[in-house]
Design a protein around this ligand. Structure first.
Ligand code: NAI
Length: 308
């Protein structure tokens, strides 16, 4: 399994590190536009191999896409992150140009690649990858819900004062502060609905803290987070590499599912060797349906900027 990670910055390097530590890929190519930067990150990571016990070969290159040829999976993290007070949507101008040029290079050398889109605004960037390539829709995966769901579980465990492994929950819809939809009704603690343990007010607080999860970290760090985003990407790459057929909420092209068409937005999907192997239609109640529709409408508004 050969994996390319475009962008050797905070998220790209973190995801390369987690992929290497889990030792399921033969090669990770880190590529960046900044001269020598990916080479440096790759060398530093390779010098952890004997300490962390992995055999994955990490190679760093500056802008030479020939070195990415034959990649099974490519992760796009290139672009600017947000600063405190910014929304993900404000990044569109710069990042759309970067993502378009990057994906065109990637498919030139790896025509059958599975692309995982991370750069923000992620749902719109995933849609852009559909428009800019002829890749089949199951080969384009936007990473947002996997991260948002991990943050949701963190907040649930905190509210229940329980280990994280005792809770389950998922976040669907847009990967934006206002668009995220944490499915509190379906969240569980040791297999029992959390609604049995937490008041409606407390659960609402959990949902609100989840939605601003990225913004909270951006305020603390001065830039956006990288450990959990890197781990979320590596979990998706592992699900593909090891054909795990695991369920993650991901931003994928909808063609009638959840009542939506011609838009990429977060829904639960099964991820395996062929990328998105199935879109899972969870039965939403009326309030959830309305929020999902509102969230998707906001993504469509952002997508309009791509036309210009
Ligand atoms: P960063 O600034 O640390 O790294 C970005 C890297 O991309 C830099 O090293 C830069 O040189 C490189 N780059 C820029 N243009 C390039 C090009 N044309 N080709 C190759 N490399 C290029 O940023 P960070 O923190 O790693 O974030 C990356 C992106 O991921 C941002 O857009 C951020 O908003 C997004 N993000 C998305 C998340 C999600 O859940 N979808 C979570 C966290 C971040």
């Amino acid at each position: 399994m050969k994996v390319t990670v475009v962008g050797a910055g905070a998220v790209g390097a973190s995801c390369a590190e987690y992929i290497a530590i889990k030792d399921f890929a033969s090669e990770v190519v880190l590529i960046d536009i900044k001269e020598g930067f990916a080479e440096g990150k790759a060398m530093d990571l390779m010098q952890t191999a004997s300490l962390n016990g992995f055999d994955t070969r990490i190679v760093g290159v500056t802008n030479d896409y020939a070195k990415t040829a034959g990649s099974d999976v490519a992760v796009i993290t290139s672009g600017i992150p947000r600063k405190p007070g910014m929304t993900r949507e404000e990044l569109i101008g710069t990042n759309a140009n970067i993502v378009k040029s990057v994906v065109e290079q990637l498919v030139k050398y790896s025509p059958n690649v599975i692309v995982i889109v991370v750069s923000n605004p992620m749902d719109t960037m995933a849609y852009l990858v559909h428009k800019a390539t002829n890749l089949p829709k199951n080969h384009i995966i936007g990473m947002g819900g996997a991260l948002d769901s991990a943050r949701f579980k963190y907040r649930l465990a905190e509210a229940l004062n329980s280990p994280i492994s005792d809770v389950d929950g998922m976040v669907i819809a847009a990967h934006s502060d206002s668009g995220m939809l944490p499915l509190t009704r379906l969240a569980s603690y040791r297999g029992v609905p959390v609604t049995e343990f937490l008041s409606a007010d407390r659960l609402n607080q959990v949902a609100e803290d989840t939605k601003v999860g990225g913004a909270t970290l951006t305020k603390l760090l001065g830039t956006s987070a990288w450990y959990a985003p890197g781990a979320a990407v590596s979990a998706l790459v592992q699900a593909i590499a090891c054909d795990q057929k695991k369920l993650f909420p991901c931003s994928v092209l909808l063609e009638g599912e959840y009542g939506e068409k011609d838009v990429c937005v977060g829904v639960p999907v099964i991820v395996g060797r062929d990328g998105v192997e199935k879109i899972v239609e969870v039965k939403l109640n009326d309030a959830e349906k309305a929020k999902f529709a509102e969230s998707t409408a906001a993504v469509r508004e952002v997508n309009k900027a791509l036309a210009g």
